[in-house]
Design a protein around this ligand. Structure first.
Ligand SMILES: NCc1[nH]cc(CCC(=O)O)c1CC(=O)O
Length: 328
């Protein structure tokens, strides 16, 4: 029995799927193969929001699972909509890597060292808002493209393909903001000039974590017999990661936030407590509401309730008035 793992064709997706496939094969003792699934988001160009947001990347993989074109799909958890997919389960969330956002600037500059008027690229309203809050005097530009394309917008970064300055294309910005996790997986952490601590920039809910999805019948069950795939998936799960991302995603769900809403959230377990902090910002950076809370309820339900509670604190503090939460 060969387990087929569906993947998008992007370098980041291929890298993280191959790494997961290798671990699954090692713990499961069965052969695995990668199946390339073309998604609407890979084929079309232009604004993601016009295609229905990052959900388009996920939908094709889910269709392939349900059609039994593949048995397992690996998603970046932060790209996964909060709504459940009928017939499918998140069978494992492996231990998450660095959750932080990073600055990749020319000449190794930090955010504080960038000159006034510096051009900083990001496609994320959450990052744009927090950048503007920290440095109202810089210019934040909306950029698109994969990780290599984005890094290529900053002159002199290690590993860039060209030094040619082409406006809108290459070497035309002072810095870009990306997730440490993606750079780590693609072995491009040497481009980072600053790691943002969470008091400056709260990451996207689920950032740095993967979700391994399968048909519900193949997922690990609490009771009853588990097949070889379910057992291998259970072995890849990290309980603390699952708790943290459950709390973070409950914030999004309770806020009914779209995938382009300027919402950051970060949860972590420390000892017997699960801590959660979340932020909603005005995209122009002028207003921010931030709340945090902890629970000793270290269960799926406890984590969900913590997320709901923090979301309600944010709403009570005016979150819905300062930002378009439905933005997608
Ligand atoms: N939205 C694109 C995306 N989806 C997942 C990652 C990598 C980080 C992660 O796995 O959380 C990235 C790139 C980025 O945000 O820099």
């Amino acid at each position: 029995m060969t387990i087929r793992i569906g993947t998008r064709a992007s370098k980041l997706a291929l890298t993280q799927t191959q790494q997961t496939a290798d671990r699954l094969a090692a713990v499961g003792g069965f052969p695995v193969e990668l199946v390339h699934i073309k998604t609407e988001g890979d084929v079309k160009t232009g604004s993601l929001s016009q295609m229905g947001g990052t959900g388009v990347f996920v939908a094709a993989l889910r269709d392939a699972l349900l059609a039994e074109t593949c048995d397992v799909a690996v998603h970046s958890l932060k790209d996964l909509p909060t709504g459940a997919a009928v017939g499918l389960s998140i069978a494992a969330t492996p231990k998450r890597v660095d959750v932080r956002d990073v600055l990749c600037a020319r000449d190794g500059l930090t955010l504080a060292e960038l000159p006034g008027g510096a051009k900083v690229g990001t496609g994320s309203p959450r990052r744009a808002a927090q950048l503007r809050a920290a440095r109202p005097d810089i210019e934040v530009l909306d950029i698109r493209g994969n990780v290599d394309t984005r890094l290529g917008r900053v002159p002199g970064l290690p590993g860039n393909a060209t030094d040619e300055v082409v406006p809108g294309k290459s070497c035309d910005l002072d810095a870009v903001v990306l997730a440490a996790a993606g750079l780590e997986r693609m072995d491009r952490l040497d481009t980072v000039s600053e790691f943002f601590e969470t008091d400056v920039m709260l990451p996207a809910p689920g950032q740095g974590a993967l979700a391994i999805e399968c048909r519900t019948e193949d997922a690990p069950h609490v009771e009853g017999p588990n097949g070889v795939l379910a057992q291998a998936l259970a072995a890849l799960n990290d309980d603390d990661t699952r708790l943290a991302v459950t709390a973070e995603r409950a914030v999004l769900a309770r806020l009914e936030a779209g995938c382009a809403a300027p919402v950051g959230a970060y949860a972590f377990r420390k000892g017997s407590m699960l801590h959660l902090e979340a932020v909603v910002c005005a995209v122009d950076g002028t207003k921010t509401v931030r709340e945090k809370k902890a629970t000793d309820g270290l269960t799926e339900v406890g984590a969900t309730l913590l997320g709901i509670e923090v979301a309600e604190l944010l709403l009570a503090a005016g979150a819905a008035e300062i930002a378009d939460l439905a933005a997608s």
